[in-house]
Design a protein around this ligand. Sequence first.
Ligand code: AVI
Length: 325
Amino acid sequence: EQRLQIQRLQAPTRVVTSTAGSDVVKGLTQTPKTLPPCYFYDDRGSELFERICELPEYYVTRTETAILRRFAGEIARITGACELVELGSGNSTKTRILLDAYQQLDYPLRYLPIDVCAGILESSAKQLLQDYPSLEIYALAGTYELALAQLTTKKLSSRMICFIGSTLGNLNLQECDVFLSQIRATLNVGEYFLLGVDLQKPKEILEPAYDDSQGVTAEFNLNMLEHLNRSFEGNFDTTQFKHWAFYNESEQRIEMHLKSERSQTVQLKSLNLTVNFAQGETILTEISRKFNLESIQQQLAAKGLIPVQTWTDTNQWFGLLLCQV
Ligand code: AVI
């Protein structure tokens, strides 16, 4: 298919052999233990995340989708014709709203989805090509860091980088700072950055969104251990860990942990790693920061990503910011 190119990005081989899994080793040998959230997203994890997005408690996707539906036309009119780069594209469902808006204005459609999960990139790209006959797709499978570095060298037309779904909240303050600098460095003057952020709200709404009654989020969290078992010849017993999520009010973030049900030892053979867990000890698998619109606007402006328009829903639960360099 000429309209589809998928490139798998890898750090230079020399670096890969010495660093594959080094983030896992680092996280599991420190106190308190942590694991990087990118390990959620193997094929199974990506599927579970899609189910999360449809849960009654997970207001995030529904709310952002409604904002996009209402304002996609305005976004397309402001930016004019441009190619859409999307970080963490997943199944690209929400992006279709933007593609529709650009299509309605008769703008040429070029889409660069970027995701760590090559499987979901491929399946969603194939579906998109069927549904949008004039769409061209250049998919990049890899981390944001590698993909953004790649983007600076390949340039076809004016761009908008989309980072929706509040994935920015999964980065800590330092990672966020580095990431926004990288976005700024990737864009040329006049180009756009579209950012979706989940806003602060009472914990009575937040906590069920990360600990749903059907247990899908619990399964998503535990799947990270299965993913590590598969990738690094591990022997995590997922029945011996429990999903634990809560809103840390002073840090304004959800924290997701996996709590060890008993004292136990786990091995990850291919990483040459043995990890001891005390009963009740936790691994922090994800933070999901919740934002204040004014502070994020200021933070973006300080990075040279100037907010030109901000949209929200009637509850002010979610914010969509269009920034220009
Ligand atoms: C991808 N990210 C924005 C989701 C979130 O809400 O932080 C991941 C997620 N974790 C549990 N549920 C959803």
